[in-house]
Design a protein around this ligand. Structure first.
Ligand SMILES: [Zn+2]
Length: 294
């Protein structure tokens, strides 16, 4: 026998979620404005690779304005997860997101990977990110997404202590739920998945990410649409994630626009920013789920 033990009550699946206004499922198109930070966190030496840095800067400089124009045309509001470093390096780009009426959420300072990071360090990163978003955009976010979706078992408590309403980094359900922190306290969790992220479809950076195979927008949208249609039938919450430096390129953005327009046109689907979804879920009074460390 191993030394691992489960809690006496065990883990239970998430409860079904009732959606507002007669809708039977939910969807959200979220954007992670990683820019240079995601590369620098892993490989600080890449700061001297001008072409690599330009590949990442394409996001805030060129992709983001295009995506904001698309969202405006479709009258869709979204959530943008912004590392503090991106806010400091590209303040006008981040302010343009706020000016367009979208939600800004927290995504680390330098997109720090949190694997084996101690709670004190994680808290410092959270505070640094909060300070940057406040300083640049005047925003106090209610939402958080761990860089690389690597939440730690300390993160929910650290987020609650700072007044966050929700996280969007875990993968164990098709619908949002209340993630227990203590007997009295929880935060809303809005689950994601690698299959609904544009990174795996589009990202190639020599020596940094990808194999050199770059998928077509048609193939990426086919994958996402299949998941959307099936989740929709199950009353789930479809959370799509894209990066302006990837999906902001013209052909990909055009394909994404068509897909967002399709989802926005479905009468049974509630298309909303993640903050709105989290507030709705908080109002349902769901029983918190305990997810103990194995
Ligand atoms: Zn990211």
């Amino acid at each position: 026998m191993s030394g691992l033990t489960a809690t006496p009550s065990g883990m239970r699946p998430a409860d079904p979620v009732m959606w507002p206004d007669g809708k039977t499922s939910a969807a959200s198109f979220s954007f992670d404005v990683d820019a240079e930070s995601v590369v620098l966190a892993d490989a600080p030496g890449a700061a001297s690779r001008m072409s690599v840095m330009s590949h990442q800067a394409y996001g805030p400089l060129t992709g983001l304005p295009r995506l904001l124009r698309i969202l405006e045309r479709l009258d869709v509001r979204s959530t943008f997860f912004v590392p503090g470093y991106t806010a400091h390096r590209h303040p006008d780009a981040i302010r343009s997101i706020v000016d367009a009426g979208h939600e800004i959420a927290h995504h680390g300072y330098l997109h720090e990977p949190l694997i084996d990071v101690d709670p004190r360090t994680e808290a410092d990163i959270l505070d640094r990110g909060l300070d940057a978003l406040q300083e640049v955009a005047g925003v106090r976010p209610v939402g958080y997404r761990a860089p690389m979706w690597e939440l730690t078992y300390n993160s929910p408590r650290l987020l609650a202590e700072r007044g966050f309403l929700y996280d969007s980094s875990l993968m164990d359900a098709d619908v949002p739920y209340e993630l227990a922190i203590t007997a009295e306290e929880s935060i809303v969790e809005i689950p994601v998945h690698w299959g609904l992220d544009d990174w795996e479809q589009y990202c190639y950076l020599p020596g940094i990410s990808g194999s050199g195979l770059i998928e077509t927008p048609a193939k990426a949208i086919e994958l996402w649409r299949a998941e959307f249609e099936a989740l929709r039938k199950d009353g789930g919450c479809f959370v799509h994630t894209s990066h302006p430096f990837l999906s902001g390129r013209p052909g990909r953005a055009a394909a994404l626009e068509e897909f967002v327009e399709y989802v926005a046109g479905q009468e049974d689907v509630w298309l909303a920013p993640l903050g709105d979804i989290a507030r709705h879920v908080r109002g349902l009074g769901l029983g918190p789920r305990h997810i103990p460390r194995p």
